[in-house]
Design a protein. Structure first.
Length: 306
């Protein structure tokens, strides 16, 4: 008979004897395996969970999927205008709107309307976005600048777009300056708000790490803070561009002789609902086109900086 000489081993053996006989061999293993099987859904007859539908990755398939809703809207529009839901003077059918566009195109008017509106949006967007980036960076990086400027800028942000029109006409007359300025105001506030907020919430540890490596303020901004907020900046630019198109209509509704906003007003005054709907469709298409351009720029920037 063997004896236990190690005190620790002897104590463990005595504890086992005090606890009584253990479970049968394999019982605990069976319990663990059954519990594991229930958790994993294997071996218990449980059906596997539903798989998520896989989204298309092919560019052609994605494009077709994006055209689904517009196609349904056009079909519903055609049905509503031809089935008597709306009278023709309330909602002309898509064919009538297309013919109105062809007529304006053949006379060269449609090109001028689209070109002048696009020019105003791009100029105003460029000015407003640059100012928004500059002021947003100053407010976001400096606590004192935030305390000094943020309340005033926030108050002006609440002013509706149409409230600026009389004052801008009084100051800048009815020329292009007043219209571009109003578009710039619309583009400024989204960029300022999002950039300032993003810079205030950059990870402090990243900033401290940059300072530990001896980065000066400009290098710290370009190497750490700007890449950290770049996705927010691009989102702000996309929102600002949408705001620019909204403020364009307000700018062209008063005192304009060309542009899509003027086409809206002129069509309403002359009872040409087909041209009015055409102007709305063109604003939607141009807004989506310019947003897609910024989306391409976003992809390239994120590949380079992120």
């Amino acid at each position: 008979m063997s004896t236990v000489t190690d005190p620790r081993a002897r104590g463990a053996a005595e504890a086992d004897l005090d606890q009584g006989p253990g479970p049968e061999p394999g019982a605990s293993d069976h319990g663990r395996s059954s519990r594991t099987g229930r958790r994993a859904g294997v071996g218990t007859g449980a059906a596997p969970g539903p798989r998520r539908p896989r989204l298309p990755t092919n560019a052609y398939a994605v494009g077709l999927l994006g055209l689904l809703v517009p196609t349904v809207l056009v079909v519903a529009w055609h049905w509503a205008s031809t089935a008597g839901v709306f009278a023709v003077y309330q909602l002309p059918p898509p064919v009538s709107v297309w013919e109105a566009g062809v007529d304006l195109w053949s006379r060269g008017e449609l090109t001028h309307h689209v070109a002048i509106s696009t020019q105003r949006v791009l100029l105003g967007f460029a000015v407003g976005a640059l100012l928004g980036l500059a002021v947003g960076a100053v407010v976001g990086l400096s606590r004192w600048s935030s305390l000094l400027l943020a309340p005033t800028v926030g108050a002006f942000r609440a002013v509706p777009s149409l409230a600026w029109v009389p004052l801008l006409i009084l100051w800048l007359k009815l020329g292009e300056d007043s219209k571009v300025t109003l578009v710039a105001i619309g583009a400024f506030f989204p960029v300022y708000t999002m950039v300032a907020g993003a810079l205030r919430h950059v990870d402090v540890h990243l900033i401290e790490l940059g300072r530990a490596y001896g980065l000066r303020p400009l290098r710290l901004f370009t190497r750490i803070q700007l890449p950290a907020v770049l996705p927010t900046v691009v989102s702000a630019l996309r929102l600002a561009l949408a705001q620019a198109w909204l403020f364009l209509v307000a700018a062209e509704l008063a005192g304009a002789s060309m542009g899509l906003g003027f086409l809206l007003t002129d069509s309403q005054n002359n009872g040409r609902v087909d041209r009015l709907v055409l102007a709305i469709v063109l604003l939607a298409l141009l807004g989506k086109l310019t947003d897609s351009v910024i989306g391409l720029v976003e992809t390239r920037l994120l590949r380079r900086w992120m």
